[in-house]
Design a protein around this ligand. Structure first.
Ligand code: VG1
Ligand code: CO
Length: 543
């Protein structure tokens, strides 16, 4: 095997964000840009002799080229085998599943998740550790540090691998197994859910729509919903993955999944609708003319987990990210199990799951998952809902309203201001942080501020500390406003405002979240001077 050592110089912007390194495609296409980052990963994790690596991505533009480069670099860095999804495809949860099932030395996932793709869109890369989960902060920081001092990378000269046929190939001395990206994952889903009950539901007049948004979950949805569960063919929308996601923004929310939303809010709407994102780890759940807030969805899954075979023996605990509503905390309390509050991003759940402290995890950003893998999992959440619907035989809206009646409703919304100038966004955050003393105990109408801080987390398993995870303004009645800067964007800054108020009274549960939260929204805008500082008079996305 001919290993070439190539001299290179560092780029200084290879800092992984909330979930891996995300940049515009042209940035990744620069000479040595991808190679530097991949070599920094290998240098940081160390490669045990003849170790196995998992490799796959969400199929977006530049996926195939990147896979060929990474295969040649893996061979040159001493890997003995790479398991790569056919056509270079693996959804994020499927990659996590494969890493765990075959006990590999982790995996590399190519995705920019919900960010748009195409030649001018975004690309991304991240390393998932041997537990199948996103590398924790101490590893991503070490990769970044390495990327700033890298001077060479290793690669072999070899022809490209035909990724379109499952089989065994060779790159240098390394074996490449091109695997079916769907089968291991589908098998895992069958082991968790009551497929017979779901099949009876889907073939018995219940009407279901799943929107794969031309992203990675198309083939997974076809195999699971159509082939294994017998869903009629009209159940699937946009199920053919495209390198640019059909020009769309593969983010399953009310703004970007509007095609599905129009169907579910239209005349003669189906009973249930769901969508997932670019890399298949997010989910949106809709009923007929009804939207399930992701924080509520997590709470409802937790409360109904006893109905689902994989979870019927109980949950060890639950974790949610800080900005996620406390709806699930109420369920944890009722179940008498612990509930953890972590910073944003799935990498913070891994230790808790590995230590057996939690079974279910969730984020307000349409992410839900469990310890079956170490990533959030879009199709898993849809199957979980279908399993509950199949057993309870009620509508999505009835189940949600009954949940609120029992636990109270955490009215919740997130307002995103996307693509604002970085300076303005930083200015807003600075202003808020310098206002803590002034805001403490301040009164706004009938609301009084109890606490303001910049969220900091100490991992209960390894004691690592993560600071600067978002500004919290908590009121005496438990209402909250949270401000955070996004760590997944590639253009300017995105400021997120998370709003939450608790409504115990069933008589008010019908209220629209925006009107129920109007007072908090006003306070948020006032104390952040957001409109004045950014020149924006409304959010780009409201969920
Ligand atoms: C966003 C979400 C966060 C999620 C992350 C990755 O991060 O808020 O909850 O874990 O995306 O999701 P940020 O830093 O932009 O707020 V995915 O599906 O893009 O990998
Ligand atoms: Co995603």
């Amino acid at each position: 095997m001919q290993i070439r050592t190539v001299t290179t110089t560092p780029f200084n912007d290879q800092k992984p964000g909330t979930s891996g390194l995300r940049k515009r495609v042209p940035t990744f296409q620069q000479a040595n840009y991808l190679e530097n980052f991949v070599q920094s990963i290998f240098d940081t994790i160390g490669v045990p002799s003849r170790a196995t690596l998992v490799l796959g991505g969400d199929g977006r533009f530049y996926n195939r080229e990147a896979i060929q480069i990474i295969l040649k670099m893996a061979a040159a860095n001493g890997f003995g085998r790479v398991l790569v999804g056919k056509n270079g495809i693996l959804s994020t949860p499927a990659a996590s599943c494969v890493i765990r099932k075959y006990n590999t030395h982790g995996g590399i996932i190519l995705s920019a998740s919900h960010n748009p793709g195409g030649p001018d869109g975004d690309f991304g890369i991240k390393y998932n550790a041997t537990n199948g989960g996103p590398a924790p902060e101490k590893i991503t920081e070490a990769i970044f540090a390495q990327s700033k001092k890298i001077s060479q990378y290793r690669i072999v000269d070899s022809s490209d691998v035909a990724l379109d046929k499952a089989g065994e190939y060779k790159v240098g001395d390394m074996m490449v197994s091109v695997i079916d990206p769907v089968s291991d994952y589908a098998e895992l889903m069958e082991s968790l859910f009551d497929f017979d009950a779901i099949r009876s539901l889907l073939t018995g007049g219940f009407r279901f729509r799943f929107d794969a948004m031309h992203a990675v979950n198309g083939p997974y949805a076809q195999e699971i919903f159509s082939h294994r569960l017998g869903a009629p063919s009209e159940s699937l929308m946009n199920a053919v993955p495209l390198p640019d996601f059909g020009g769309g923004h593969p983010d399953p929310n009310l703004t970007y999944a509007h095609e599905l939303v129009e169907v579910l809010y239209g005349e003669n709407a189906p009973d249930f609708g769901a969508a997932s994102d670019g890399d298949g780890d997010r989910n949106m759940i809709l009923g007929k003319h009804f939207f399930v807030n992701p924080s509520d969805s997590l709470a409802i899954l937790a409360a109904n987990a006893y109905l689902v075979p994989g979870y019927k023996n109980g949950l060890a605990g639950i974790a949610r990210s800080m900005p996620t509503s406390a709806a699930v905390d109420r369920v944890a309390k009722a179940l008498d199990i612990p509930c953890y509050e972590t910073p944003t991003g799935w990498k913070f759940f891994g230790n808790l799951m590995d230590a057996g402290k939690v079974t279910l995890c969730g984020e307000e950003s349409f992410g839900t998952g469990s310890d079956h893998v170490r990533e959030k999992d879009g199709l898993w959440a849809v199957l979980f809902w279908l399993n509950i619907l199949a057993i309870r035989k009620q509508t999505v809206e009835e189940i949600t309203r009954e949940h609120w009646a029992r636990y109270g409703r955490n009215v919740y919304s997130r307002h995103d201001y996307e693509g604002i100038p970085t300076d303005a966004a930083n200015g807003v955050m600075k202003l808020l942080m310098s206002s803590f003393t002034k805001l403490q105990n301040a009164q706004f109408g009938d609301l009084k501020i109890k606490l303001c801080d910049d969220f900091s987390y100490t991992d209960p398993v390894d004691g690592s500390v993560s600071n600067g995870q978002g500004v919290r303004i908590v009121f005496t009645d438990g209402s909250r406003i949270v401000f955070r800067l996004s760590g997944t964007g590639t253009e300017g800054a995105t400021l997120r405002i998370y709003l939450e108020a608790f409504e115990p009274d069933v008589a008010n549960h019908h209220l629209d979240a925006q009107s129920a939260l109007s007072q908090l929204i006003e306070i948020a805008l006032q104390i952040s001077e957001l409109h004045q500082r950014t020149g924006r008079d409304r959010p780009t996305v409201i969920t």
